[in-house]
Design a binder for this molecule. Structure first.
Ligand SMILES: [Zn+2]
Length: 154
């Protein structure tokens, strides 16, 4: 909740923009990234495979529904108004370091579909496997090979 505002205002850097230009000029095809910040999309890239998922979605571990992170953030702020103005330390890994006293009255968001409370960012955490649906299909693998071939010819 407290780290999201910082994540959602991140902007593509020169590398993201350069890759988008290479795609626009048909020098490369799709992109496979381990990034979870959607900055390649924001830079204008297309056919991006987010191998490790996206922080812009939330996954319900009970029913597998994926929800936009912004919607969950709005619910978090409605349910936890005492947290909205809290200043917290942002760790480099995206975690927020917070006084445990704030956790006492914290309302965990619920899934809008099944009412479960086992929501997590739709990303691959350390020790988890990449979801099969995120692995490139045959067509995308061909496009990636083609892109690599194009790049090697230069
Ligand atoms: Zn659910």
């Amino acid at each position: 909740m407290l780290g999201w505002p910082r994540v959602c205002v991140a902007q593509p850097n020169k590398a993201h923009l350069a890759l988008a230009r290479l795609q626009k000029n048909e020098r490369i095809g799709g992109l496979i990234t381990q990034n979870v910040d959607t900055l390649h999309d924001q830079a204008g890239s297309h056919d991006v495979i987010e191998l490790h998922g996206s922080l812009h979605r939330v996954l319900c571990l009970d029913c597998q529904l994926r929800s936009p992170r912004d919607a969950v953030q709005r619910q978090l702020e409605i349910d936890n108004p005492h947290m909205v103005q809290v200043e917290a330390v942002q760790a480099p890994d995206g975690d927020t370091l917070l006084d445990p006293a704030f956790e006492e009255h914290f309302q965990v968001p619920r899934c809008p579909h099944c009412d479960g409370e086992r929501l997590k960012p739709d990303v691959v955490f350390f020790g988890e496997n990449v979801a099969r649906r995120r692995r490139p299909g045959r067509w995308r693998r061909w496009k990636v090979r083609r892109a690599c071939w194009w790049w090697a010819r230069r």
